[in-house]
Design a protein around this ligand. Structure first.
Ligand SMILES: N[C@@H](CCC(=O)N[C@@H](CS)C(=O)NCC(=O)O)C(=O)O
Length: 215
């Protein structure tokens, strides 16, 4: 029995990671959508005030990186990590780097899947984050041979960087173009198409969409 608490699909990048992790594990949890524009949404979420949260076989996990570990324990054959030790070390490192880093990009460019911000002003710190992201993704694809970051199947690193591709598409289209092959492939995956369709109909925070459109 699995249950997943996640937030609004247009905005909640960590929720997308948790939801993709369930897909990679082949688990179809009952979904409890929370809405960030409702005052009491945190009271509905077990263990913590953030989403995603996964309840699986009676255990609660409340962080996207930890959710991957809980799912990998529950479904050992799930392709979260490549088998090759060098690729595995690289994959774990870039997932951890995303989880703890890229603060400039994350704060300046919140995920907003359906928005397009032409000429959005980006600081040097954001450009530095973007350059680092391009470098680690290109290295992963070169070393594995693709088509996904570490081979034939979508894994933990793809789940962690999918929201980053959405951010680049919205705020930094030139940088996004440089990752175009991988981005088109990943964002055209049926799971991402499904998520993006949900994002397109997510009604909340319409005012922040409008503000972005004017930037
Ligand atoms: N480290 C957490 C971060 C989770 C997180 O910040 N989630 C956001 C939604 S994308 C949230 O719940 N924000 C609500 C809040 O901070 O009040 C993870 O990896 O899951």
């Amino acid at each position: 029995m699995a249950k997943l608490w996640i937030g609004q699909p247009n905005y909640s990048s960590w929720s997308l990671r948790g939801w993709l992790a369930c897909r990679i594990a082949g688990i179809d949890p009952a979904i409890r959508w929370v809405r960030f524009d409702e005052d009491d949404w945190q009271s509905e979420v077990p263990s913590n005030a953030t989403v995603p949260v996964l309840e699986l076989n009676g255990a609660t996990t409340w962080d996207s990186a930890a959710i991957i570990e809980s799912l990998a324990d529950a479904v050992p054959d799930a392709p979260f990590w490549p088998a090759d030790p060098a690729l595995r070390a690289h994959a774990r490192s870039i997932v951890a780097e995303m989880h703890s880093g890229f603060v400039a990009l994350r704060s300046a460019c919140p995920m907003n899947i359906r928005a397009r911000a032409e000429n959005f002003p980006l600081t040097d710190a954001v450009f530095a984050d973007i350059a680092r992201i391009q470098d680690i993704l290109e290295t992963a694809l070169e070393n594995s041979g693709g088509p996904y970051l570490y081979g034939n199947e979508l894994g933990a690193a793809d789940a962690f960087y999918a929201p980053v591709l959405y951010r680049l598409r919205t705020y930094a289209p030139v940088a996004h173009c440089e990752l175009a092959d991988y981005s088109q492939r990943l964002l055209a995956h049926p799971w991402l198409v499904e998520w993006e369709a949900l994002a397109q109909t997510d009604p909340a925070f319409a005012r922040s969409d409008a503000a972005l459109a004017q930037s």
